[in-house]
Write a protein that binds this ligand. Structure first.
Ligand code: FE
Length: 210
């Protein structure tokens, strides 16, 4: 079986947000698509291990902020590689509230969905959500997962459906938070201390030699 056809399908880079009690939570998802037009319904796949999964199940509402190609790497780092179990992801993020859920001001556009059904797989929940609000926020180009992978050189968080176990690299400097592999021309050791991971924005000292 070849993995390439799985990568040939289209995926995006979305900040999916929800709310549990008074706590606003969110994470990055790659797999969301419109499946019917009347009413407009979205299918969203989310790993059971994502804290946001439980919030969506309980509140029955989620928002999808569609991120631009130019999105700040700190947003991917915060929403994609940390857990709402441990931190308030909105602490340093500009947002607005729609139907009681937060959407990121950095998004190209957003959808707010009310859960109408869901299906469990062994690792992921597929939520069906009817769109109850949507709007455009800025003019940027939405980021595809292929762009994130090929141009930004970003990796999948291990909970993503698109995650593929990667071969161990030898003697490379790797971001310990997001898995980005440094491939610049300057030897890693010679980079200034102000260097930060281009994917998740953590400082140079969090890279490790593998
Ligand atoms: Fe990183």
């Amino acid at each position: 079986m070849s993995k390439k056809p799985l990568r040939d399908l289209g995926y995006g880079v979305y900040a999916v947000t929800s709310v549990i009690g008074s706590r606003h939570v969110g994470c990055i998802a790659n797999s969301a698509m419109q499946i019917t037009s009347k009413p407009a319904t979205i299918a969203l796949s989310m790993n059971h291990d994502n804290f946001t999964n439980g919030a969506i199940s309980e509140s029955g509402i989620f928002a999808i902020s569609i991120l631009p190609e130019t999105v700040d790497s700190g947003i991917i780092g915060t929403f994609g590689f940390q857990s709402s179990r441990d931190i308030d992801k909105f602490e340093n993020i500009a947002f607005s509230e729609k139907e009681g859920v937060r959407v990121l001001n950095a998004a190209v556009s957003f959808l707010v969905c009310r859960v109408v059904d869901k299906m469990e797989t062994s690792t992921h929940t597929v939520f069906l959500g009817e769109v109850i609000d949507s709007d455009e926020l800025s003019e940027g180009e939405p980021m595809s997962y292929a762009y994130y992978h090929n141009v930004v050189k970003g990796k999948s968080p291990k909970n993503a459906p698109t995650y593929i176990e990667e071969e161990k690299t030898s003697d490379k400097w790797v971001c310990s938070i997001c898995g980005y592999v440094y491939n610049g021309e300057t030897p890693f050791e010679e980079l200034s201390d102000s260097y930060t991971c281009p994917v998740c924005s953590v400082p140079k000292k969090l890279f490790e030699k593998r």
